[in-house]
Design a protein around this ligand. Structure first.
Ligand SMILES: NC(=O)c1ccc[n+]([C@@H]2O[C@H](COP(=O)([O-])OP(=O)(O)OC[C@H]3O[C@@H](n4cnc5c(N)ncnc54)[C@H](O)[C@@H]3O)[C@@H](O)[C@H]2O)c1
Length: 434
């Protein structure tokens, strides 16, 4: 099949490369000329494990190419995916659909052969209807249908998730669109990945409901962790104790500094806006968004507490800045709020991250970036582990202690064993553990 992918960011690039790897003929399109230039030169615009190799192999096999020219890129494609960004709209938190609609207009104006237009971007219920309306107004001279195919990949494990998904959701209201989509996913279907066909509106809502549910699970255990601290229980035992219940499951029950990233914060907000528009409130999700919002800054206060309540003039080292390990994505990372909270009380912040510092430096200009974890810790009054990169899991605690001015370790990801760290001579605070 010939597939066009409009938008070559995290989702578009990974999906495009994986479709090519399945044997499809894929053109990835992006309006950012610098991104396409880099891709054509074999340089990845993002850090994602395995992506550079996958892209190189498929470019070499002649199945994957990149262009800024949409009319040329979609020519002859039987499926045209929209994978552009849907950030929070400034001012009101609704999903900003201007990029999606701009693509629909452009595709509508240049479509010359029958194709399914597939929204892979996360979009509110009803967006497919609007894409269809825009396309119809552009009145392409050929048959088209609009389908929804939300993406569930996780950054840092994106290729594995795309190739071995728990499920593939396809929202299509007609038989032709369904058949085309089945063709697109045939290689995965043969691999027994469950293909769930729904109406377009259900598919659009599935994506938001899934993200809101996961955000709820994280926020639930975070609040239980706070209670653990008050009552002298251990949240890791509580998580295990409840997670072994098959109805609950062990995933997304790791207490931490609050969720961040490119999806959960904006998607919970956008879902709440949809609920508001339809006068059908989602009160649990409202509470989740509120609790998570205040939590990140509270983590800054936790670091201050570890320093005895006063951080003015103190230097604090942050290890890990990206919203999770194995990505360079800094969108809505908890580190942003934590660093700001510390700067606001007069602390100096030094940080190190294996992949995120280039982007982080632009977003947190008052934070000094260090060349390594040990360089960040050198001369600091406390160190806070913010993102659980593997490189921080086995730090040489003796060396860290020697480098620190005072041996204070705040472990916001519960990576270390409290007893071991305290035996090594540290003041140690973690999340929800005695
Ligand atoms: N990042 C994730 O982990 C993830 C997971 C699932 C779903 N999603 C959803 O997928 C969508 C894309 O997310 P992302 O993280 O890949 O975004 P991104 O910002 O990394 O990429 C979007 C790309 O679209 C390009 N673009 C914008 N307008 C364009 C146009 N008119 N023509 C061509 N290209 C255009 C941009 O230049 C950019 O490169 C969002 O709706 C997001 O919510 C993201």
């Amino acid at each position: 099949m010939k597939i066009a992918m409009v938008g070559s960011g995290y989702v578009g690039l990974v999906s495009g490369a994986c479709f090519a790897d399945f044997g499809h003929d894929v053109v990835c399109i992006d309006k950012d000329p610098a991104k396409i230039e880099r891709l054509n030169a074999g340089v990845m615009p993002i850090y994602e494990p395995g992506l550079a190799e996958l892209v190189a192999a498929n470019v070499q096999a002649g199945r994957l190419s990149f262009t800024t020219d949409l009319p040329e890129g979609i020519a002859g494609a039987q499926a045209i995916f929209i994978a552009v960004g849907t950030p929070s709209r400034r001012g009101d938190g609704h999903a900003d659909l201007s990029f999606v609609y701009a693509v629909a207009e452009e595709v509508g104006a240049h479509l010359t052969e029958p194709a399914v237009i597939v929204t892979k971007s996360t979009v509110p219920v009803g967006t497919g209807d609007e894409v269809e309306r825009i396309m119809s107004e552009a009145s392409p001279p050929v048959r088209f249908a609009v389908a929804s195919n939300p993406e569930f990949l996780r950054e840092g494990a994106a290729i594995g998730d795309f190739k071995r998904p728990d499920r593939i959701v396809i929202g299509a209201d007609g038989e032709w669109a369904r058949q085309q989509m089945q063709e697109v996913y045939r290689p995965l279907f043969l691999n027994k990945a469950p293909l769930l066909f729904t109406s377009r509106r259900s598919a659009e809502l599935i994506k938001y409901a899934a993200n809101a549910f996961l955000a709820t699970k994280i926020t639930f255990i975070n609040e239980v962790a706070d209670l653990c601290e008050k009552v002298g229980a251990d949240v890791q035992d509580v998580s295990r104790g409840i997670g072994l219940d098959g109805r609950i499951g062990p995933k997304f029950l790791h207490a931490g500094p609050g969720y961040g990233g490119s999806c959960f914060p904006k998607d919970t907000l956008a879902l709440l806006k949809t609920a508001e528009d339809y006068a059908s409130p989602l009160r649990i999700v409202e509470a989740v968004a509120k609790v998570n919002d205040t939590r990140k800054r509270a983590m800054g206060r936790k670091v201050v507490e570890a320093l005895g309540g006063e951080a003015r003039g103190k230097r604090i080292a942050l290890l890990g800045l990206t919203f999770k390990p194995n990505t360079d994505d800094m969108r809505d990372a908890p580190s942003l709020a934590i660093a700001q909270a510390l700067i606001d009380v007069g602390a100096e912040v030094v940080a190190y991250d294996p992949k995120g510092m280039e982007l982080a430096a632009l977003m947190m200009p008052k934070v000094t970036m260090a060349a390594s974890a040990y360089a960040a810790v050198d001369g600091a009054d406390a160190v806070a582990l913010v993102t659980e990169w593997d490189a921080f899991r086995a730090l040489d605690l003796g060396r860290v202690k020697q480098l620190l001015k005072t041996p204070v370790l705040v472990d916001l990801r519960n990576v270390y064993d409290p007893e071991e760290v305290r035996t090594a001579g540290f003041t140690y605070l973690s999340i929800g553990r005695p």
